[in-house]
Design a protein around this ligand. Structure first.
Ligand SMILES: Cc1cc2nc3c(=O)[nH]c(=O)nc-3n(C[C@H](O)[C@H](O)[C@H](O)COP(=O)(O)O)c2cc1C
Length: 186
C-alpha cells in the first residue's frame, strides 16, 4: 500500500503554541511521511502586481516551475492546518500562503461553463485551532471548508478545536490535555 504524504502547514508563531500541540497530537495518530511547512520560516510575500502578472503569464504558458508550494499542496494525501484563532479568523500568514498556492491549473481549474474543478489529491484536510475566547467557525474554518470542497476537490474536512483557553487560564492546560487525550484515543 502506498505511504501517505502528509503536509503539515503550521501557521502558529508562538514557540509554545497550544494549537501546535494539538496538531502534533493529531499527527501522532496519522500514518505517513510528514512534510512540515512552518509558515513564519518561509518568508512568503503577499501577491503584488508584478507577482500576479508573472503568474498570469506562467499559467497561460502552463509553466509551473516556480510554484513548488502549490504542487506540494495539490499532491499531498492528507493536509493538517495548524491555525490559531486570530481576530475572529486565522493568521494573515496563512492567507499569504493561500495566495501563494492558489495557482490555477495546479490546485483548481475551471470547466468551460466556469465551474471550479478541484485538482488536489488530498482525501482529507484537518483544520486544527485554539481560541482564547469562543471559537467562531464562520470566517476561518467555514472559509477553508468551502475552498476545499468547492475549489480544491478535497471533500473531507474536519475541525479539531478547543476554545476559551485564555478566558480560564488556570484551566487552559487541563482543557488542552483533555482534547489531546480525545484526539489520541479515538
Ligand atoms: C493577534 C491575536 C489575535 C487574537 N484574536 C482572537 C480572537 O479574535 N478571539 C479569540 O477568542 N482569541 C483570540 N486570540 C487568542 C488566541 O486565539 C489564543 O491565545 C490561541 O490559543 C493562540 O494559539 P497559540 O497558542 O497556538 O498561539 C488572539 C491572539 C492573538 C495573538
Amino acid at each position: 500500500m502506498a505511504i501517505d504524504q502528509i503536509l503539515f502547514i503550521d501557521a502558529a508563531v508562538s514557540p509554545a503554541s497550544r494549537t501546535r500541540r494539538l496538531a502534533q497530537a493529531l499527527l501522532s495518530t496519522l500514518s505517513g511521511v510528514v512534510t512540515t511547512r512552518h509558515l513564519e520560516e518561509l518568508s512568503l510575500k503577499s501577491l503584488d502586481f508584478a507577482a500576479i502578472s508573472k503568474r498570469m503569464q506562467d499559467i497561460e504558458r502552463q509553466d509551473y516551475q516556480d510554484y513548488s508550494l502549490a504542487k506540494e499542496f495539490a499532491d499531498a494525501d492528507v493536509i493538517v492546518l495548524c491555525v490559531p484563532f486570530y481576530d475572529c479568523s486565522f493568521p494573515s500568514l496563512l492567507k499569504v500562503y493561500l495566495e501563494n498556492i492558489y495557482v490555477m491549473g495546479l490546485v483548481t481549474s475551471f470547466s468551460p461553463e466556469g465551474r471550479p474543478i478541484g485538482l488536489c489529491k488530498a482525501k482529507k484536510l484537518y483544520y486544527v485551532s485554539t481560541s482564547g475566547g469562543p471559537f467562531d467557525p464562520r470566517y476561518g474554518y467555514d472559509y477553508w471548508k468551502t475552498l476545499c470542497q468547492d475549489y480544491f476537490g478535497i471533500q473531507e474536512v474536519e475541525l479539531i478545536s478547543v476554545e476559551m483557553i485564555d478566558v480560564f487560564p488556570d484551566k487552559a492546560e487541563r482543557i488542552l490535555l483533555d482534547k489531546i487525550h480525545e484526539i489520541t484515543h479515538r
